[in-house]
Design a protein around this ligand. Structure first.
Ligand SMILES: CC(C)(COP(=O)(O)OP(=O)(O)OC[C@H]1O[C@@H](n2cnc3c(N)ncnc32)[C@H](O)[C@@H]1OP(=O)(O)O)[C@@H](O)C(=O)NCCC(=O)NCCS
Length: 197
């Protein structure tokens, strides 16, 4: 008898708690739901938080799935392979070998379980070990303590601040700049893949 069970999701990088893989269009309704949470929009730095339509998300999907800068991964909980968010390296510059890291654990129930820390670690591994980047940076709002903790544990360190740059919850917050250099990072996984025979 032919086994008609659905194919397992495709993944590129498998960690201990999360796996990273390509986007697929069937995930768009879920991501549209998540990105309509203003809390997430404000944390990922939407310039003008507001409703996000399915059509807008489709445009975003088209750009990350077929554009030149295809470095956006779906984050999956490793045990169940359920999609919980996305992460990306933006603006990869192969002359200077730099990129900017971004992440959103969209499923609120999946936050605070170490998934963001590991996803950030795997993205540093991808950027340094596979793409051969030298420097990966990010910005995080001063009020985003979960983000700061996760990024620091992954290997980023603070390298500057734009003071009182962000308005949130009735007060001004610094925008924290963090970066990680290739020689500061030890590949936890991909060095095993990227090695000569
Ligand atoms: C920021 C984000 C990626 C972090 O991922 P995560 O899976 O939640 O983070 P982790 O569980 O790996 O680590 C977060 C740590 O911060 C801690 N933390 C969470 N909220 C905190 C708070 N209010 N104060 C202090 N520490 C906090 C957690 O307890 C955890 O530390 P622990 O493991 O020692 O307990 C995720 O929460 C997220 O996507 N949030 C919404 C969108 C967003 O902020 N994107 C990033 C924009 S820069």
């Amino acid at each position: 008898m032919i086994d008609q069970s659905p194919e397992p999701p495709i993944v590129n990088i498998v960690g201990e708690r999360v796996a990273l893989g390509p986007f697929s269009k069937d995930l768009l309704p879920l991501f549209t739901r998540w990105i309509n949470d203003f809390g997430s929009q404000l944390r990922v730095g939407f310039p003008m938080p507001g409703p996000v339509t399915a059509e807008f998300e489709e445009g975003w999907y088209d750009s990350v799935s077929t554009g030149a800068d295809r470095n956006t991964f779906v984050i999956r909980e490793r045990e169940t392979m359920t999609a919980i968010g996305s992460t990306a390296l933006h603006g990869v510059d192969m002359r200077h070998r730099t990129a900017a890291f971004g992440i959103m654990i969209g499923d609120p129930n999946a936050r605070g379980k170490g998934y963001g820390t590991e996803a950030a670690t795997l993205m540093l591994d991808y950027g340094f070990t596979v793409l051969g980047l030298h420097s990966i940076n990010l910005t995080v709002a001063g009020f985003n303590l979960a983000g700061q903790t996760a990024y620091q544990r992954a290997g980023f360190r603070e390298c500057g601040r734009l003071r009182e740059r962000i308005q949130f919850a009735g007060r001004r917050w610094d925008q924290i700049l963090m970066d990680c250099l290739a020689h500061e990072f030890e590949s936890p996984i991909l060095a095993r893949t990227v090695k000569p025979d």
